[in-house]
Design a protein. Structure first.
Length: 499
């Protein structure tokens, strides 16, 4: 990959935006900008629809001038390139912009079947690249097989079902990036907000892809806002969570409204393929290809694991001193919650450490931009949640810090697996206060080994001098949070060694 790929992509987006603005009457400028920010989501006004069409036409014209030869990825033993599939140029160009080079294991295994129109059941966790796998396959289907006749409004060709609003928005965001150089229209449907807006989007023009939670989609279907009898491809994502959350009855009703299996392509994904999930797969798919990607192996021999026993009040001082005294670069820090990520990032910045954050509150394009800045060394420290941090693969990242220990041992393994990759040595540093200590036994059992829990050097506990607060700083940032109440029992007998 050429080092200037991101800069070229940003320049193209800038040029496209201003070409569009030049074509739009000055009175419509705001609507034009809104159409750009909601690419593919539809609009309520005729002017906005025309603007979106102009954008699509301009994008299509620009794509014709692009050649896949501009996207160079060298063949590598044991790895599959996106070049190895017969993908349309607009999709390849979007893949190039996103700096995807080689397929992840789930992509390499499932895309030959999904591109051929076969049904598939896949066991894959979040962060494995499964979303891009099915989106690329289904968008290729749409582009290579245009609709034979004019469809009615509210009649999608592809339906993607997901259990939560957050996942619907995440899939939609990724879909819009992959569809950046196409006219594919994507509409998200989810409960809790924007009912009228979603209703108008579904009924405004023929649709290509609908990404939906089951309950809200079923509501729209009952009211004849959306029609499902022309669905060509159905994706059921995170089927195990659908089952756990009690959504299967709604999913059954939705599927009964689509063409029967054999007349539609069905892709089902789940983190686990239990007997119940396999029974659902048998009901909803026809002769599916089954792909199982093993959960991340508990192979951490190349990672030195350090657990520091501290109080909550000592955590930030210890973190700051480790980063500064060890002169660490390219440090990935994990927190359990989005609010912790936000506060810690703000506090590190206030203390002069160049950092940024990724979480579910950060849209996909910003996440990609921040990851690239972290990858290239423009950002020294990146703070992340587990969901946002999944799939991060950055060469030369030697330190991962768990500011709070995860509740799930598998998340711990995933976190520390961001370092010590490709045979290189890495270091994982975890902070364990009274609350965190409760999760250490489960992590040890999962690892099959004991963790040495030690006290940090006394000088590393010292809080740095606080810089003056600026307007807008969070008064309850990580460095100034009051002590938490002690738990009444449990988790106290941890081994404590002096470093």
């Amino acid at each position: 990959m050429h080092p200037s790929t991101t800069e070229r992509s940003e320049k193209r987006q800038f040029m496209k935006k201003h070409q569009l603005m030049a074509r739009t009457h000055s009175g419509d400028s705001k609507r034009a900008t809104d159409s750009l920010s909601a690419a593919g989501a539809g609009s309520h006004s005729k002017t906005s629809s025309n603007t979106e069409q102009q954008m699509s036409d301009a994008t299509h014209s620009e794509t014709e001038q692009w050649n896949v030869s501009e996207f160079q990825v060298s063949p590598a033993a044991g790895r599959t390139r996106f070049h190895d599939f017969d993908l349309p140029d607009p999709i390849m160009r979007a893949i190039s912009d996103l700096e995807f080079e080689y397929c992840t294991p789930i992509q390499a295994e499932i895309m030959p079947a999904s591109l051929a129109g076969k049904d598939a059941s896949g066991r894959a966790q979040t962060g494995t690249g499964k979303t891009a796998a099915f989106l690329i396959s289904l968008m290729t289907r749409i582009l290579q097989n245009p609709a034979e006749k004019k469809r009615k409004k509210g009649t999608p060709r592809v339906l993607i079902l997901a259990p939560t609003r957050e996942l619907v928005l995440q899939i939609t965001d990724e879909a819009r990036q992959l569809a950046d150089y196409t006219k594919i229209r994507i509409v998200p449907v989810f409960g809790g907000m924007d009912y009228v807006k979603q209703q108008n989007q579904l009924g405004s023009d023929p649709l290509d892809i609908v990404v939906a939670t089951p309950g809200r989609l079923l509501d729209f279907h009952r009211k004849h806002v959306v029609t499902l009898n022309q669905i060509e491809a159905l994706v059921i994502d995170e089927a195990d969570r659908m089952l756990d959350m009690g959504f299967i009855p709604d999913v059954r009703k939705i599927i009964r409204s689509t063409p029967p299996k054999g007349q539609r392509q069905t892709l089902l994904f789940s983190a686990t393929l239990t007997q119940e999930i396999m029974r659902l797969s048998e009901q909803w798919t026809k002769e599916p290809v089954t792909v199982e990607i093993e959960p991340e192996q508990v192979a951490v021999d190349t990672v030195e694991q350090i657990v520091y026993i501290v109080t909550m009040e000592e955590k930030f001082g210890l973190l700051y001193n480790i980063i500064e005294k060890k002169e660490l670069d390219r440090v990935l820090i994990f927190c359990n919650r989005k609010d912790e990520v936000r506060r810690l990032t703000q506090t590190l910045s206030r203390y002069g450490i160049n950092c940024d954050m990724i979480s579910g509150d950060v849209d996909q394009k910003k996440r990609m931009s921040r990851l690239n800045a972290f990858k290239t060394g423009k950002i020294r420290v990146l703070v992340a949640t587990d969901v946002a941090g999944r799939g991060i693969h950055i060469e030369g990242m030697n330190h991962v810090i768990n500011f709070t220990l995860p509740h799930d041992p598998e998340d711990y393994v995933h976190r520390i697996g961001r370092t010590g990759r490709a045979g290189e040595l890495g270091t994982s540093i975890s902070f364990a206060d009274e609350d965190d200590a409760f999760y250490i036994p489960a992590i040890e059992q999962y690892l099959g080994r004991k963790l040495d829990c030690i006290e940090p050097p006394e000088q590393w506990r010292i809080m740095p001098e606080a810089p003056p607060r600026k307007k807008g700083d969070d008064p309850e940032d990580i460095a100034s949070r009051p002590p938490r109440k002690k738990r009444s029992s449990g988790g106290g007998n941890r081994r404590r060694k002096r470093n």
